[in-house]
Write a protein that binds this ligand. Structure first.
Ligand code: SF4
Length: 308
């Protein structure tokens, strides 16, 4: 048996914190992962919980050829359904984020909210150009409103293609058309994925997976790209800057704030607020020397790459 201690993180400071947690009886995801034995049926996508006649476990020696659920679904159908539903969930998560960002851009452009503004006008014009929206000589907020509304149409469009399909290389676009996987509307593809993976609907694994591809493209060329571009327009396009990371950022004599989450809107406002005299005075009134803003996960990355 090896005497080597399992390494839980590539970062030595993270290792130190994990050990400190263990010594202080604090359970972390590392402890839970070590204890957790993955369900062998779920791991291979062979468990179906799509309807209440199940859950059905498609197992056995010749499961691939012989096993069926109560409804008659084969293992390949069940595995494809499970996978397509994962794609739909991921697409919904990224793209609902994008929808909120587009709504924030719209609210900033119309003046409905006062705390957000167009920071990167160059990026706004670049995006307007891609979307074929006139921007020369027009008020910035009018262009931003048109950009936001055009993006929002990408969610509910029933036919045609989402706007950013045109950003893909021509050959790629032709391939998407040939296989019928150019995404029409982001919500449309997620709903169709949920519909076709339901009991008694689509039982053809290849056909299901083809729609999985279309849904994944709606995520990448829709939700992800829309949220990236709108975030740049609202908060600025990141440039290389010097920043600090890891546990060393924390300060013993300041209030340490850690932002996290996957939508950066609130975190950007916190960035603005923490350096105001009012907040710093308030922190001092409680005995701290100031406020130290850090973060973790996606939002931290957004803040880090824009503000350092
Ligand atoms: S959809 Fe079919 S395989 Fe899935 S739980 Fe219902 S009966 Fe079982």
């Amino acid at each position: 048996m090896s005497n080597h201690k399992p390494i839980k993180s590539a970062s030595t400071s993270a290792e130190e914190i994990i050990e400190w947690g263990e010594a202080n009886k604090m359970e972390t995801c590392f402890d839970r992962a070590a204890k957790m034995k993955p369900c062998p049926i779920g791991e291979t996508g062979a468990c179906c919980k799509v309807c209440h006649m199940g859950p059905c476990r498609l197992i056995g020696k010749n499961a691939e050829e012989e096993a069926t659920g109560v409804c008659g679904a084969s293992l390949s159908t069940v595995a494809a359904r499970n996978f397509v539903r994962m794609i739909a969930a991921g697409t919904a998560a990224h793209s609902d984020h994008a929808r909120d960002m587009a709504n924030t851009l719209l609210a900033a452009a119309t003046g409905e909210v006062k705390d957000f503004k167009i920071t990167d006008v160059r990026k706004l014009y670049k995006v307007a150009g891609i979307l074929e929206i006139e921007f020369e000589g027009r008020p910035v907020n009018d262009v931003a409103k048109d950009v936001a509304e055009t993006f929002l149409q990408d969610f509910g469009r029933q036919n045609g293609e989402i706007n950013y399909c045109k950003r893909a290389p021509k050959k790629t676009q032709e391939r998407w058309k040939k296989y019928g996987i150019a995404p029409r509307g982001i919500d449309r593809e997620v709903v169709e994925a949920m519909h076709r993976t339901n009991i008694g609907v689509d039982h053809d694994a290849d056909h299901l997976l083809t729609h999985g591809l279309r849904t994944a493209l709606a995520d990448g060329w829709g939700g992800c790209m829309i949220s990236t571009d709108v975030t740049d327009i609202l908060f600025g396009t990141p440039r290389p800057i010097k920043a600090e990371a890891s546990f060393g950022i924390f300060k013993e004599d300041e209030v340490n704030l850690v932002v996290h989450g996957h939508e950066p809107s609130l975190a950007e406002l916190i960035v603005d607020v923490v350096s105001t005299d009012e907040m710093i005075e308030y922190a001092k009134s409680k005995g701290a020397k100031g406020i130290n803003l850090g973060g973790m996960c996606c939002t931290a990355n957004e803040v880090l790459m824009r503000h350092g």
